[in-house]
Design a binder for this molecule. Structure first.
Ligand code: GLV
Length: 317
């Protein structure tokens, strides 16, 4: 029987399935493994089922035992793994696309609504019983009739577009490639981010974290937005230059921000914490029972397919 290391605790049904398939080292106490511990524990394993909290960089990859043949990441994003270093060592890296599209698009909508309708201030006032209704109490911004810019029109971006249309928003997007009409569904394509940002009353970030997208929201590009724009990020924290964003929020150049993801998670730049116009969530994008179960099942399927066939359709390197 093959041996695998599972670096984080999974839902019970997924762990039961793993134990039927393989001799598995589960992490029953959900301890955060150091790099050394991850390397040591995987010494006799053919596979690793990792999560976004494992920083599997070149240094870790190069120290893994020759036995390790696959790293199956329990996430659609795989920025936590140096996939080139893995390829050089003939280690296959896989991800879990599709199954988390709807849950993540729902969180993007929550960020859009929370930021636009001043949810941070409203929740505080309601909990402190410190409010009374008046015609101008906590007036926010309405979604219907506004322009939504989507940066990254992959599966999640398109799922956000579908939901936003139902809210009466006009959809604009930038993507590496223009989509075919059946996928684009009459959204307006912008060839560059400057053009997209300049029409985005609200911008939803849905692109992967890459060298090209790192800090794509920065001091200069924040100037492209219309006054009082809203920005939400349900993808990865790497895309925002935090200090520039905090300044734009303080200067009221940007009306509000909604974040589910952060640079250096679980740390959050302290500058965001006391701003009333920032709506924060702790990386809940895929956090529903159905989605987390389906993601782990797919991460398991990926290892199984690789062990059975020597290949895997969700290979990313
Ligand atoms: C979650 O952030 C994922 O990439 O799956």
């Amino acid at each position: 029987m093959k041996k695998i290391l599972v670096t984080r605790k999974l839902l019970k049904s997924n762990e039961e399935r793993i134990l039927k398939l393989w001799n598995a080292k589960l992490n029953l106490n959900d301890e955060m493994y150091s790099n050394k511990k991850l390397i040591d524990l995987s010494i006799d394993c053919e596979g690793i089922l990792s999560s976004i909290t494992d920083a599997i960089d070149e240094n870790v990859i190069n120290k893994l035992s020759n036995k390790v043949k696959i790293i199956s990441n329990f996430a659609v994003g795989f920025g936590n793994i140096d996939i080139d270093a893995a390829r050089k060592r003939n280690i296959v890296v896989t991800n879990t696309p599709d199954v988390l599209t709807d849950a993540t698009a729902e969180i993007a909508m929550l960020l859009i609504l929370g930021a636009s309708r001043r949810a941070t201030e409203g929740i505080k006032k309601a909990r402190e019983k410190n409010w009374k209704w008046s015609a101008d109490f906590l007036i926010g911004k309405q979604l219907s009739g506004s322009r939504l810019g989507i940066l990254g029109m992959g599966r999640i971006g398109r799922a956000v577009a579908k939901r936003a249309r139902a809210f009466g928003m006009e959809i604009h997007y930038h993507n590496r490639k223009k989509l075919s009409p059946d996928l684009e569904l009459k959204a307006t394509y912008h060839q560059n981010v400057r053009s997209l940002f300049s029409v985005s009353d609200i911008l939803s970030i849905n692109c992967p974290a890459t060298k090209q997208t790192k800090d794509i929201i920065n001091k200069e590009s924040l100037e492209y937005f219309p006054k009082d724009a809203i920005i939400v990020n349900s993808a990865r924290g790497d895309m925002i230059e935090d200090d520039a964003m905090i300044k734009a929020l303080k200067d009221k150049k940007i009306y509000a921000l909604g974040l589910d993801v952060y640079k250096g998670e679980p740390q959050i730049n302290a500058g965001y914490l006391n701003l009333p116009n920032v709506f924060l969530l702790p990386h809940l994008g895929s956090a529903t029972k159905k989605t987390r179960t389906d993601m782990a099942d797919l991460a398991i399927d990926n290892i199984k397919e690789y062990f059975d066939t020597g290949n895997c359709k969700n290979k990313v390197n």
